[in-house]
Design a binder for this molecule. Structure first.
Ligand SMILES: *Cc1c(COP(=O)(O)O)cnc(C)c1O
Length: 458
């Protein structure tokens, strides 16, 4: 018995073969056999509009199937009925039996997707121009940090149902992708203000190590003295920790981190963890141990989401667990205004109160975290308080990052509203006409207008 359980554990940590399920094969998931047909139908209807994909690790190790309806990982990975409006749901439900080739179904799906704000926060304004051409595959919004979207890393091991990049999986023309490391290096050399390259996606950890080697080696060999840190934004620790343990090229990836760090460039994994339970498996803890042994750091971030983690208790527990494992809490985000946002949306006041509730119960070591923060067009907007000024109840806000670095850290105020979910719901307090950054933001948009049009991104 002991022998069996040991070898079972060994098997779980040391060799799980990746398998993904999506709309076409989810009915093969053994755990789903027990579920009512109604639930499967819902997955099919909503999954026809919002892409979904779930790994066998999530299915076998994270979801509590005994309580799947309330399970955060089930909700995070399987489409839920309320993610579509009732009208949209009923429309797809009525068309779906005509089969995937039906043009009526295709058109309905397309229309609904476009109605869900598929490209939020003006991402098209972030694509820079270089040597007269728009650079697909790079976004450069904040001075110090360049985002790089390697074309091989534009999918994920499992999709989050709240993801703001969901259109990349559903609509090919929204893919920001660039093949050439060469272009990235030339862009970096022309921009001495950049200290950080953030490799993102999709999930870049989906890429084979040989591509990481290609990009990292190009950066190392280019000897760019102002490049200090390469960050990798990934959910692999939550959804496929074997990427860093037993996958064929896991060891090579860790060796690459070591080499990069030896060359004088920090490596930081920007890891998404939505719930403390994703930190509890043997597989993830082994992956964390191995990554940290290379000298790479792991910083963590997550949006605050209804049905998943909208309680201070969950966040406090998550930050403590992260710090226990040697991770650095970094951001609490507010869910983007896209896709299934309405299902997950937490109003700004609740987000702020949840953050405070969690922050108040943890030690200073956990308080490296900042939030709740909205990644909106002008910048990363931090809700720092709800307070009274001159008898008026207000939100106090500041930019953590901004299109114009001069805006960062300036405190400003918006009228309090209990039903505010996003910047677009906010108005200046004290009868001010506009927020202080609006004119300048509009000018920036105008000057980038032509570039966007050549891009064809809307
Ligand atoms: C958050 C973010 C960054 C990184 O900002 P840091 O404050 O350095 O963490 C860079 N680019 C974009 C578009 C971002 O949203």
């Amino acid at each position: 018995m002991l022998c069996y359980s040991l070898s079972y554990k060994f098997y779980k940590i040391f060799s799980m073969e990746y398998k993904a399920y999506n709309l076409s094969n989810f009915r093969d998931i053994p755990q789903l056999e027990e579920l009512p047909e109604k639930t499967k139908r819902t997955i099919e209807v909503v999954g026809t509009v919002l892409p979904f994909k779930v790994s066998n690790y999530v299915i076998d190790e994270l979801i509590d199937w005994g309580n799947y309806e309330n399970d955060p990982f089930f909700i995070l990975n399987f489409p839920q009925k309320e993610m579509l409006s009732e009208a949209h749901y009923n429309l797809i439900d009525s068309l779906i039996d005509k089969g995937p080739k039906s043009t009526a179904l295709k058109h309905a799906v397309e229309d609904i997707r476009l109605s869900l704000n598929p490209n939020p926060a003006g991402q098209q304004y972030n694509v820079p121009e270089f040597e007269g051409e728009p650079l697909n595959g790079i976004q450069h919004k904040y001075n110090e940090t360049m985002l790089f979207f390697p074309s091989q890393g534009q999918t994920c091991h499992a999709y989050c149902t709240f993801c703001f990049r969901w259109p990349q999986f559903a609509l090919n023309e929204f893919k920001f992708a660039m093949k050439e490391a060469d272009l990235m290096v030339r862009y970096l050399k022309a921009h001495p203000e950049i200290s950080d390259v953030l490799i993102t996606g999709g999930d870049p950890a989906i890429m084979k190590t040989k591509f990481f080697e290609y990009y990292f080696n190009a950066l190392i060999d280019a000897n760019i003295t102002h490049l200090k840190t390469i960050r990798i934004g990934t959910k692999a620790l939550s959804y496929w920790p074997y990427r860093f343990t037993t996958d064929d090229d896991a060891d090579d990836l860790l060796r690459l981190f070591e080499k990069t760090i030896k060359s004088g460039i920090h490596v930081s994994i920007m890891a998404h963890f939505n719930h403390y339970r994703a930190l509890e498996t043997d597989a993830v803890q082994e992956a964390i141990r191995r990554i940290r042994s290379t000298g790479a750091q792991i910083r963590t971030q997550s949006p605050i989401l209804k049905h998943i983690n909208d309680s201070g208790e969950i966040w406090a527990k998550m930050w403590r667990k992260q710090v226990d494992l040697g991770l650095v809490p970094y951001y609490m985000f507010i869910a983007r205004d896209t896709g299934a946002q309405e299902y997950f949306a937490v109003d700004l006041e609740t987000a702020y109160n949840t953050y405070n509730d969690a922050y108040n119960q943890v030690s200073g070591i956990c308080r490296t975290v900042r939030g709740p923060s909205m990644s909106c067009d002008p910048g990363k907007l931090h809700i720092i308080g709800i307070t009274q000024v001159r008898g008026e109840k207000v939100f106090a806000l500041r930019f953590i990052q901004a299109r114009n670095p001069q805006w960062v850290n300036q405190i400003f105020f918006a009228k309090y509203r209990p039903d505010a979910y996003w910047l677009s719901d906010l108005e200046p307090a004290f009868n001010d006409r506009e927020f202080f950054f609006i004119n300048e933001l509009n000018e920036m948009r105008l000057s980038q207008h032509d570039l966007c049009h050549t891009e064809g991104v809307h």
